[in-house]
Design a protein around this ligand. Sequence first.
Ligand code: SF4
Length: 246
Amino acid sequence: MSEQSSAWSSIDQIASEVLACTRCVLADTRINAVPGDGSTNAAVMFIGEGPGKNEDEQGLPFVGRAGKLLDTLLDEVPLRRDDVFITNVVKCRPPSNRDPEPDEVAACLPYLEAQIELIDPRVIVTLGRHSMLRFYPQGKISNDHGRIINIGKRVLLPVYHPAAALRNPRLNETLRADMRRIPEAVRESLLLRTASRADVKSTVGEVRTREYAQGAAISARETETDSAPAPEMEEAGDDQDQMTLF
Ligand code: SF4
């Protein structure tokens, strides 16, 4: 999934457009569009496939039986809904809960991409097979559920959909165990970012060494730069805040 600069500058702006959206035929049969809900600063983002009947009626994600199970599992991590952001690949309910068609997914994808770009979660937890395939097309949910997968600057944790777990008690236990890996996934994502910062620092270090060799005039600039807080240090503080989640 590509992450490009979008036309929206806030999660609320995206939500407003979703609520009035008629880009695909799902607009004809929905009661409410369901843009998503939760913290706009979340380290962990949950993505399901599409709203169901209860979500369509209430305009909120994961509010039926599957949503209640998700709440229980979040509690065990422990996380609250307010700590995370929950949304779907398509924001309107497909009739009779059928799988969304490719053109419907394509029409809705810019909203999801913009949500990811703005929230910038460290961990994406996909709920169910269809959602996982958007981020990890080569994946197989029976093999890859509960795996922490590096997808660039964040990590992916695919898990079974709570609705599937409600139907099958064995999957319920599997889902529960996979959800307990969320703290580990967050730690993994922080290591990923620290490693990429180390790469940046080493590149900056090489450039500085070359500049020193080129003349004393550079020294004054270095002194000035070193006295200001390095951006990566400020970001490290932000990561530290996210670690307090666990
Ligand atoms: S599913 Fe997405 S693209 Fe289709 S009408 Fe709803 S918000 Fe618009």
